[in-house]
Design a protein around this ligand. Structure first.
Ligand code: GLU
Length: 313
């Protein structure tokens, strides 16, 4: 693939999908409802650190659920993959990202780090003497994945903290089930912050490319996560990365991905590259409509799907 092949593929995907009108901004977090729904950015970052971008790729949006992947990375580093597996789990819930029923059905255990319950559980296992340190470590790992200093949006955070009663309820259920490993309200507060940081589409592609490169950020050249932990993260992204549509995504696209209700979506082609998209209107499951369509088109054109048999199409 040459530079101009990547650029042409990206532009084609942007052009084909930008007119899509399906989906709606998330509205259960007031700030997200106010973001311009016509925004649409795309980016590809390769494991060599080459960056290709199109559309509103430098517009900063809320990371939201995608933050769960990076907190998982830190948790794996802190407690090791076996203990993490036991404490948080690795199975898809088959239910929405904030489902209380999923907890009820499994003795208040979260099953996966990529739903709200498991994400709070992951936040709670981090080594930290208090919530300031817990928060500082999460912001630091997000920054190392992105290769630049990531910051909290007070506006997004205030909007989320004042409307997250549902997540607080989940935090207490986890506590009652024994899967909340620090003070539940402090953890919920930090978890909500980790969702309220701002990234642009290029940042998100760099974060994904760090996983594609086995844990080394291809832009900074620095290791962010132990190589042996990356496959566990990618497996979780396949299982649960696109909420209740993760199966459809695996079937159609075949790449580990993670979306957030802020409109971001990142897909990882291990050993090759990451593709990121951002556009606020979401499908009913919570995934950006345009980002899904564009990334699917790019993955298809570049033949990136993991389940393709090499040489046979
Ligand atoms: N902060 C959001 C929440 O906890 C993140 C949800 C998401 O992006 O899936 O509800």
């Amino acid at each position: 693939m040459t530079d101009s092949d990547y650029k042409a593929t990206l532009e084609r995907a942007h052009t084909t999908t930008k007119g899509m009108t399906e989906g709606k901004n998330a509205n259960y977090i007031p700030f997200l409802a106010s973001v311009d729904p016509s925004l649409f950015g795309l980016a590809i970052v390769t494991v060599a650190g080459d960056v290709y971008e199109s559309g509103d790729s430098r517009y900063e949006f809320a990371l939201e659920s995608i933050s769960k992947v990076f907190t998982m990375a830190l948790a794996l580093e802190d407690i090791g993959q076996e203990v993490f597996h036991r404490k948080v789990g690795a199975d898809p819930t088959g239910l929405p990202f904030n489902s209380v029923m999923a907890l009820e059905m499994h003795d208040d255990m979260p099953l996966t780090p990529l739903v709200n319950a498991g994400a709070m559980s992951s936040t709670s296992v981090l080594t930290a003497k208090d919530s300031d340190e817990r928060w500082a470590r999460i912001l630091d790992v997000q920054s190392r994945f992105a290769g630049r200093k990531i910051e909290l949006s007070d506006e997004v955070n205030n909007s989320e903290q004042s409307t997250n009663a549902h997540n607080r309820a989940i935090a207490w259920l986890l506590y009652s089930g024994g899967a909340m490993y620090a003070d539940p309200m402090e953890v919920c507060e930090v978890y909500t912050r980790q969702c309220s940081t701002l990234v642009n589409t290029v940042d998100l592609a760099v974060m994904g490319a760090t996983l594609a490169a086995g844990g080394v950020n291809p832009v900074t050249g620095k290791r962010v996560v132990t190589a042996a932990n990356v496959p566990h993260m990618l497996a979780e992204m396949v299982m649960e990365g696109l909420y209740t549509k993760s199966g459809d995504w695996a079937y159609n696209v075949g790449l580990p991905g993670k979306s957030g209700v802020g409109g971001g979506l990142v897909a990882v082609a291990p050993g090759k590259l990451a593709i990121a998209g951002f556009s606020p209107p979401l499908d009913a499951a919570g995934n950006s409509v345009r980002a899904q369509a564009a990334i699917a088109q790019i993955a298809d054109e570049l033949k990136l799907g993991l389940y393709r048999v090499p040489g046979l199409g």
